[in-house]
Write a protein that binds this ligand. Structure first.
Ligand code: ATP
Length: 215
């Protein structure tokens, strides 16, 4: 069983990395692939170019056997739709291997607006990450999801796709937008991103310019 964490990763941070490892351990995943998007369909242009965001994800995953960087979305033209990524992964991994699409609760809330979102369930399971004690997730896709709800990792391992699991794990209070704001303000982001990522940001002068200053 393989986990997939898509995102803008602008930049990748310890919140992403810890969540991926927690999910891996909780679900018994072989590995979690971090998949940076090239052109996110649901938000403005990322601050850092896609190859830089992928390079940072590669640096963050290096030496951690439970995590891998996957650059396939950079090889496609047009918006980076998750459904296309899953189709491409199925071509590589075959139809039978269970795939778990990991989503933070914020990302999951918008699921019903995703391109061809109903097709996702034929391709992967959906695992919504939430903090212990956090309210259960109610999105616009609620009814569809309720019907697919699984009560544990065993139900995911038993089928290649189609189930939905809410997974309670500790989630760190870290966001990429906060990191960009800190850098733009000349503040430190040490220990919020892995040191090799910090070095990369510094060497390439990422997020320091006025473009990085968001409201
Ligand atoms: P931004 O602040 O720019 O919106 P972000 O930090 O939320 O960025 P994304 O690249 O948008 O990062 O997130 C990729 C995926 O990781 C999403 O599913 C998101 O919900 C999840 N995620 C983001 N931050 C955390 C965190 N601190 N803990 C767990 N999951 C997270």
């Amino acid at each position: 069983m393989i986990g997939l964490l898509g995102g803008t990763f602008d930049p990748v941070h310890v919140g992403h990395l810890r969540a991926a490892l927690e999910a891996r351990e909780a679900l018994g995943l072989e590995a979690v692939r971090l998949i940076p998007n090239a052109r996110p369909p649901h938000r403005g242009l990322p601050a850092a170019p896609a190859p830089a965001r992928l390079a940072m994800v590669r640096l963050a995953c290096a030496g951690e056997p439970g995590l891998a960087a996957d650059g396939r979305e950079l090889a496609r033209a047009g918006p980076s739709y998750t459904v296309d990524t899953l189709i491409s992964l199925r071509r590589e991994l075959g139809a039978r291997r269970p795939l778990c699409l990991l989503l933070g609760a914020d990302a999951a809330r918008g699921l019903a607006s995703w391109h061809r979102w109903r097709e996702l369930f034929a391709l992967a399971h959906l695992v919504v990450l939430r903090r212990p004690g956090q309210a259960a997730w109610e999105g616009a896709a609620g009814a569809e999801l309720a019907a697919r709800r699984a009560d544990g990792a065993a139900a995911l391992a038993a089928a290649p796709a189609g189930r939905v699991l809410e997974l309670e794990i500790p989630l760190l209070e870290v966001s990429a937008s906060d990191i960009r704001r800190r850098i733009a303000a000349g503040r430190s982001v040490r220990f919020l991103v892995p040191d090799p990522v910090l070095d990369y940001i510094r060497r390439h002068g990422l997020y320091a310019g006025p473009a990085a200053k968001e409201p």
